[in-house]
Design a protein around this ligand. Structure first.
Ligand code: NAP
Length: 209
């Protein structure tokens, strides 16, 4: 199968990419990025401007898209900038892939995604999910992790503190509040791309521990 992977340089995306390139069922990965990836015979990693994605590129026609794009409010610097990365880019990718005939979309969303939420982050995630539901994919999977576990290059104080807290409380916590390792999320994303369930499918955090 041919896979489009957005966010291949991120914590979850890196694990998806490694798994996809090691999986004999995946014949080709296209990973549009804004910085280069190490070469691999089965990988095409075009450098793109996410504000001006190449609408006519032949590689939009694939068997599935996995999207693990995202930023933080701190890095983005404003609500508008955050929304551009966490909502507009994933939706633009969905629309281009769909227009070129790609039938399957798998989103790394977030626990609490809710278009009606009063929390901005949850609302943006929920609005993206709602918009994707209207795009007519034969299979749409929304993977909703809680706190993601794994090694980041970037320091995120809030997430580090939350990780320590959740690790300490781990035996007492219900499954849905436990840390979701990036590897487990990557497995769920790739499974849904390789064996897509018909219609809309949600994978909750308690399935990602
Ligand atoms: N952190 C958590 O605990 C948590 C919990 C639940 C859900 N999530 C969500 O899960 C998803 C994946 O998370 P993650 O931790 O793997 O993300 P991450 O490590 O921050 O990686 C994000 C990816 O998005 C790309 N990206 C960011 N800003 C961009 C921009 N302006 N233009 C183009 N690409 C951009 C990054 O590319 P570069 O490498 O070029 O920056 C990277 O490939 C995100 O949507 C996040 O909101 C996170």
């Amino acid at each position: 199968m041919r896979l489009i992977l957005a966010g291949a340089t991120g914590l979850v995306g890196r694990h998806v990419l490694a798994r996809a390139l090691a999986d004999p069922r995946v014949t080709h990965v296209v990973a549009p990025t804004r910085r280069p990836l190490p070469a691999h015979p089965n990988l095409d990693a075009p450098l793109v401007d996410f504000d001006a994605l190449p609408a006519d590129a032949a590689w939009w026609r694939a068997d599935a898209v996995i999207c693990a794009l995202g930023t933080t409010m701190k890095t983005a610097g404003s609500r508008d900038a955050f929304r551009r990365v966490d909502h507009d880019y994933p939706l633009a990718i969905a629309d281009l892939a769909r227009r070129h005939g790609t039938p399957v979309y798998v989103l790394n969303s977030a626990m609490g995604a809710d278009a009606q939420s009063r929390v901005f982050y949850n609302r943006v995630k929920g609005e993206l999910e709602s918009a994707l539901r209207t795009r007519g994919f034969a299979s749409l999977t929304l993977v909703r992790p809680g706190l993601i576990g794994g090694d980041r290059d970037e320091r995120r104080l809030g997430e580090t503190l939350a990780t320590h807290l959740l690790r300490t409380l781990h035996p007492l916590l219900p499954r849905k509040w436990r840390i979701n390792p990036a590897e487990r999320i990557a497995d769920a994303l790739l499974d849904a791309a390789l064996d897509p369930p018909a219609g809309v499918h949600v994978v909750a955090s308690d399935a990602l521990v």
